[in-house]
Design a protein around this ligand. Structure first.
Ligand code: AMP
Length: 398
């Protein structure tokens, strides 16, 4: 079975084609500048050189058509015909409280994704464009929606409610939803395998990348997570502030003569470790600057780690203990210094890291130190594979 995984943004579209016989990626690629002059598709067949297509992509339908051209081309193609694709799995950002798992797309599902647009105003319309473009080009191929929010739907109300007037929850569904759910699900499921599926396992998953979030997981189900109504809440990230005193929005708005929406945009795009370091949103640049003695870069890194330590500590309390702490995402998988510093700051809980094993980058490793109170793992995340697996399972069950 061959499954195409699509992550459609407003002007970009990422794809991966999986052969589910062995879960291998046959090709992946990225369409950029859809609907903008100078659109380009970079197609990477596994094991051969990338191929670039500089062709007009006025909309997502044109982008998907070009993806099919690349997938079937004599140069860099990996299938003979698009009829070889059995199903398409779409990453969808916001499923609100309507979806607690992945689902085969029909008109009702599309309407529900549309209803969630106020909660994900940038992503959900783009995700729908990707879905509708595929429906147009391959009407007989089943499509599946995999939601970033779904895994967190098991949170209890005490974790997902905000202490603001209740009517805002009733009228606008303002509550914590959480994101990176597909990643937290993938990492935690693998961690449970590594632990040998003990009963009521208590796992904390740290997805640390350009966007970062932490989840507390009991018996395979999410009980709390750091991102909120939107991905802005929680840890300081590449360009996102993470949690701040909400009164700050009013004060900046008044003093800088900016609308609330403009301030929120600054909190999303010009804050985080970029703002504190003044160097970059990329943790590699920040680490380089720290090595050269840049004090603000050092502060940015310290703030990032400190917030992670606080979340992990509070989630250990929420879970009533800990069986495994897991690192994933660009930094979680590739940042030994950050991992070591975080675990060392958690020593009061009896967590110990193996400094030698922790030198690993980008691969699954048990980095638990001798005498540690809980296991510590690096588990590389793979959201696309999770989407492909869900798509395969749903199609097979039909
Ligand atoms: P992601 O969003 O998961 O792709 O992660 C991107 C982030 O991971 C960027 O800030 C990168 O700087 C960071 N990252 C990737 N490789 C490394 C590395 N070797 N050391 C530290 N950070 C890394």
């Amino acid at each position: 079975m061959k499954i195409l995984v699509i992550n459609a943004g407003s002007s970009s579209l990422k794809y991966q084609l999986f052969d589910m016989e062995n879960e291998a990626v046959m090709a992946k690629g990225l369409c950029e500048r859809i609907g903008i002059n100078g659109s380009v598709l970079t197609h990477k067949p596994t094991g051969s050189e990338p191929v670039k297509y500089v062709e007009d992509m006025p909309d997502h339908v044109a982008a998907i058509k070009l993806v099919f051209k690349a997938l079937t081309a004599s140069n860099g193609g990996v299938i003979k015909d698009m009829s070889e694709i059995n199903a398409v799995g779409h990453r969808v950002l916001h499923g609100g409280d309507k979806f607690s798992e992945s689902i085969v797309i029909d008109e009702k599902v599309k309407a529900a994704i549309r209803e969630c647009i106020p909660l994900g105003p940038l992503h959900n319309p783009a995700n729908l464009m990707g879905i509708e473009a595929c429906e147009k080009i391959m009407p007989d191929v089943p499509q599946v929606a995999v939601f970033d929010t779904a895994f967190h739907q098991t949170m209890p109300p005490k974790a997902y409610m905000y202490a603001i007037p209740y009517e805002y929850y009733e009228k606008y569904k303002i509550r914590r939803y959480g994101f990176h759910g597909t990643s937290h699900r993938f990492i935690s499921a693998r961690t449970l395998e590594l632990l040998g599926h003990p009963e009521n396992a208590r796992v904390i998953t740290c997805h640390l990348g350009n966007g970062s979030s932490i989840a507390a997981i009991k018996d395979g189900k999410c009980v709390d997570t750091s991102m909120g109504l939107t991905p802005l809440e929680g840890l300081p990230m590449g360009t996102r502030s993470g949690s701040i005193d909400p009164a700050i929005v009013g004060i900046i708005s008044e003093n800088e003569k900016l609308s609330a929406a403009e301030v929120v945009s600054i909190l999303n795009k010009q804050s985080g470790v970029l703002a504190i370091s003044g160097v970059s949103s990329d943790f590699r640049d920040i680490e380089d600057a720290v090595a050269k003695g840049n004090e603000r870069a050092k502060l940015a890194l310290e703030m990032f780690e400190y917030e992670i330590v606080k979340y992990v500590g509070s989630y250990i309390a929420a879970l009533g203990g800990l069986d495994a702490l897991v690192f994933a995402g660009g930094i979680g998988e590739n940042g030994p210094e950050t991992r070591e510093s975080i675990v060392n700051q958690l020593h009061t809980f009896g967590l110990k890291i193996d400094a030698e094993k922790n030198k690993a980058r980008g691969k699954e490793v048990d980095i638990t130190g001798e005498g540690s109170s809980a296991k510590i793992f690096i588990v590389p995340t793979n959201e696309e594979l999770m989407i492909a697996r869900d798509t395969k399972n749903l199609i097979a069950a039909r």
